[in-house]
Design a protein around this ligand. Structure first.
Ligand code: GTP
Length: 391
């Protein structure tokens, strides 16, 4: 089995979009960045597996290399494991390994201990436009083999290419695949394995949403981030907020209110607009290509009385909020709270660095759910809420 490293996005030449090619996929060394990886610590690994032509490489290229979906039609079949380092920011650091569809687990060169051992999540892609019986067999084989090596892997099943399916058929396929996959696992004596299912397509935002959920499970600080977003929302009369990794447009955290796809899509579109405008008008000097930095912000007023507000947390992370136009009168308070929020995020990661190897755990070893009890709360002053609330 051979390996091929894609050097920081270098294998794809990025011609599909106006997104600056050298914008991401390098370690961020800005002043607000705190490196998550303790020295020598392995980055979490996400494996992309599935049958041939199920869409694995397309997913990776569209989400992490800004390839336009139509261009994936010309992708060649992968014939060796392709490793891709995702280093956008301190929050989003992992490796994606794209496997060839024809991989044979019984091949002597397949080192399952090495491959599954350091794996955080295994994404198994099933082509929903095709007959999925063979894919289900392969899913069962893959998951059981991986579980035996590493029972901590998160198993994610992407029921992919659903753009070609009607709504009824989509739901029916999901139900059927879910049923069969879990039955097969139970039959093989592995009913303790949990599979998560996502309906995805590269032709809409569903693939970004699904990948967001996969990545979030690999961020041990997620509960603390969610809590900080909840506090920010309450104190600033914000209805929904997302913390985005700007390069990939996956959200690494959101508040605890349910995510509706439309809001997520609006926020993604806003990021595209901001990036494009920054790139066209914001570059001052040749040697300073990143016109988009922690000073960047943007405001879009929609004609339904809603405001989208974007603030940079650092060069690679952005907070995007949705709120009612009336509540935006208190922009000063929102901005102040945002600064506190940004500082609190810093503290989460400083804390994490202090307990290297034991991220955000209490003395019993369980995750600290309300990490913001330690940090942040005092900054996001409740009196500010009263001011907005009394309006
Ligand atoms: N309609 C539709 N087609 C898709 C989608 N994702 C991928 N495809 C198409 O599926 C075909 C195969 O995609 P690849 O990404 O090469 O598949 P793969 O799983 O990496 O294939 P191997 O490298 O052979 O294992 C391409 O023609 C893509 O354009 C999708 O969401 N919807």
């Amino acid at each position: 089995m051979s390996y091929q490293d894609e050097e920081e996005g270098g294998a794809f030449d990025g011609h599909a979009s106006s997104f600056p090619k050298d914008f991401g996929y390098g370690a961020f060394d800005g002043e607000h960045d705190v490196n998550l990886s303790a020295s020598g610590e392995q980055k979490p690994r996400i494996l992309l597996m599935g049958l041939r032509r199920s869409g694995k490489s397309s997913i990776q290229k569209v989400v992490f290399h800004k390839m336009s979906p139509n261009e994936t039609l010309f992708l060649e079949s992968t014939n060796k494991i392709v490793k891709d380092d995702i280093n956008n920011s301190s929050f989003v650091q992992f490796q994606i390994w794209d496997f060839p569809g024809q991989i044979d687990f019984f091949d002597s060169s397949f080192d399952s201990d090495m491959i599954f051992g350091g794996c955080g999540a295994l994404v198994f892609v099933i082509d929903a436009q095709d007959d999925y019986m063979e894919a289900l067999n392969k899913l069962n084989l893959t998951v059981t083999k991986a579980y035996k090596v590493n029972p901590n892997i998160k198993f994610e099943v992407f029921i992919h290419k659903v753009d070609g399916l009607g709504d009824d058929f989509k739901m029916e396929s999901q139900r059927d695949i879910h049923q069969r996959a879990t039955d097969d696992l139970a039959d093989s004596g592995y009913d303790q394995i949990h599979l998560s299912f996502h309906l995805t397509s590269i032709y809409d935002h569903s693939i970004f949403e699904a990948f967001s959920k996969v990545v979030q499970k690999l961020i041990p600080q997620l509960p603390a981030l969610e809590n900080l977003l909840n506090i920010l929302n309450t104190n600033s009369a914000i209805e929904k907020s997302f913390l985005f990794d700007v390069v990939s447009k996956i959200y690494i955290a959101t508040d605890s209110t349910p995510v509706d796809m439309q809001s997520y899509e609006l926020c993604c579109d806003m990021i595209d607009v901001v990036i494009d405008v920054s790139w066209i008008y914001g570059v001052k000097e040749e040697q300073d290509p990143a016109a988009f930095d922690e000073q960047s912000s943007s405001l879009i007023k929609l004609n339904n009385g809603t405001v989208l507000y974007l603030r940079e947390v650092n060069k690679f992370l952005a907070l995007v909020c949705i709120l009612r136009e009336d509540n935006f009168d208190h922009k000063g308070i929102i901005d102040y709270n945002f600064l506190c929020f940004r500082e609190a995020i810093q503290q989460v990661f400083e804390l994490r660095n202090k307990c290297q190897g034991n991220p955000l755990t209490n003395s019993a070893g369980s995750p600290i759910v309300n990490g913001n009890n330690i940090i942040g709360e005092r900054h996001l002053s409740p009196t500010l809420t009263d001011e907005i609330g009394s309006k």
